[in-house]
Design a protein around this ligand. Structure first.
Ligand code: ZN
Length: 389
């Protein structure tokens, strides 16, 4: 009898294995059917425009299977694009709450949730999300960029600068350029209170982060001039030219005043001639003509401007030429006509924008360090071409 039992043992094991496999298969089958039902229900809700019910149904499906995570990201991003932020938030929050997601997906969910909060203007919540990702290889730099965007909107320059160490480690030029401007913002406040030492120290920090920040040198020149250190100021003005030739036309006037204080006008005009030769800027041309006129007479100045206008015609250059013609002519009738032309050109120039953003094309008559349209720093520069520089 016992022998018979031993013989039946392998049969019992085989039966157990067979039944067990069937039971797993059955469970999988049931889960798939369940998932399929939830998706179908979700789609039905979508088709009948009951989007909130559709989201609930699809989110419920996600609990069962992770293969659909990408589809959920796509769905939430679509909601955000359409401006349906509450729905995008619902999906991303659900993804963040899911405990079993891989780290990559979890980080993506936190990052997208941060973007949702930012779009909704909920800066404190967005800040929390992006701060969580600063150590992430994939999202660290992107999150820091968004964090700095938040601090720029809230004018919390000090808070932005707490991330300086990470910015230096990441060595991203755009981030460093932004932080240099945060230093410039603090320096501007200190400048308004005439805190000389503080301004210099802040601007030095700005120039360490971004040696090409012409804004830092522009402020530095101003504080030096205010404290009768014109030699240092003159050097800053020259540095601006080497940093950003397009911005330089705006510096010509204060630079001239600085060289006047140094009694070094010849040196100034020598520099301006170099600027004109290299850039053909109309501001540099008009400035240099004063020198030609003083040194070699009005006739030579007129010859100079005619050659310059033939080489590169600009409205501002032509306006100056008309002014010179009027100055040299005693003919009253002729001068009345020239005066009319001059007025017309002035009107024309006045309706044209002086600055354009090199990043987004935004035009403005006023200069801003941060573009009001795209918020990029130091991108508003004098317009080039026939109607500009
Ligand atoms: Zn812009």
């Amino acid at each position: 009898m016992i022998e018979l039992l031993f013989l039946l043992l392998p049969v019992a094991m085989a039966y157990g294995w067979f039944m067990g496999r069937n039971s797993v298969k059955q469970n999988q089958q049931t889960a798939k059917q369940d998932l399929s039902i939830k998706y179908s229900t979700g789609l039905n809700y979508l088709l009948s425009n009951q989007e909130d019910k559709a989201i609930d149904s699809l989110l419920d499906a996600l609990k069962v299977e992770d293969d659909s995570v990408e589809a959920h990201f796509a769905m939430a991003n679509l909601f955000r694009k359409r401006g349906e932020l509450d729905r995008a938030l619902k999906v991303h929050e659900h993804l963040v709450r899911l405990g079993h997601l891989p780290t990559k997906d979890k980080q993506q969910a936190v990052y997208e949730l941060g973007k949702d909060f930012l779009s909704a203007g909920l800066y404190d919540r967005a800040e929390k999300m992006f701060s969580k990702l600063l150590k992430s290889k994939t999202y660290g730099l992107k999150s820091l960029t968004f964090l700095l965007q938040i601090y720029q909107s809230t004018k919390d320059w000090q808070q932005g600068l707490t991330h300086k160490k990470l910015a230096l480690k990441l060595a991203d030029k755009r981030i460093l350029h932004t932080l240099a401007n945060f230093y410039c913002e603090l320096a501007t406040s200190a400048f308004e209170q005439d805190k000389y030492r503080e301004v210099i120290e802040l601007l030095e920090e700005a120039l360490i982060l971004d040696p090409n920040s012409c804004r830092a040198n522009w402020l530095m020149a101003k504080i030096y001039e205010n404290h009768q250190q014109c030699h240092q100021a003159a050097q800053c003005y020259q540095d601006i030219y080497h940093q950003d030739k397009e911005f330089f036309p705006d510096v010509i006037e204060p630079m001239f005043v600085c060289y006047q204080k140094l009694d070094a006008e010849d040196e100034f005009y020598k520099f301006i001639k170099k600027v004109y030769d290299e850039t053909a800027s109309s501001s540099a041309l008009i400035c240099y003509l004063t020198y030609v006129s003083q040194q070699h007479g009005d006739g030579k100045a007129k010859e100079f401007i005619l050659t310059a206008l033939k080489r590169r015609p600009t409205i501002r250059g032509f306006q100056h030429f008309v002014k010179m013609q009027m100055k040299q002519s005693d003919d009253v009738v002729n001068n009345t006509s020239l005066d009319l032309i001059k007025e017309l050109i002035s009107e024309y120039i006045n309706i044209k924008h002086r600055y354009s953003c090199r990043s987004c094309g935004f035009n403005s008559s006023t200069h801003y360090w941060s573009c009001p349209s795209c918020h990029e720093w130091e991108q508003l520069k004098p317009v080039r071409g026939l109607e500009g520089e």
